[in-house]
Design a protein around this ligand. Structure first.
Ligand code: FES
Length: 84
């Protein structure tokens, strides 16, 4: 794969310049972003940083996926690991 990408849970996700993490993940077919600290699935919802439904961990820092621009080489993961 060529072009810009970031890492989502071990998977390379391509993105276009200026695209948010949420938009890039959605374009890659990833519609939920894993469990939050209460075990609820996070996901893209309001798109303006208000609802906090799309929280992710980006390079170890909690961020809203809908308002965080994707950057090459970011390490993006769910807030919590799934315990199946
Ligand atoms: S979707 Fe509401 S804060 Fe991101």
């Amino acid at each position: 794969m060529t072009g810009q990408s970031f890492d989502w849970m071990g998977r390379r996700i391509p993105f276009r310049t200026g695209e948010s993490l949420a938009a890039a993940l959605e374009a890659a077919g990833i519609l939920t972003f894993g469990p939050d600290t209460l075990g609820q699935e996070t996901r893209y919802f309001c798109g303006i940083g208000a609802c906090q439904c799309c929280l992710l961990r980006v390079d170890g820092v909690v961020r809203e996926a809908c308002i965080t621009p994707a950057r090459a080489g970011m390490q993006v993961e769910a807030l919590e690991r799934r315990h199946d």
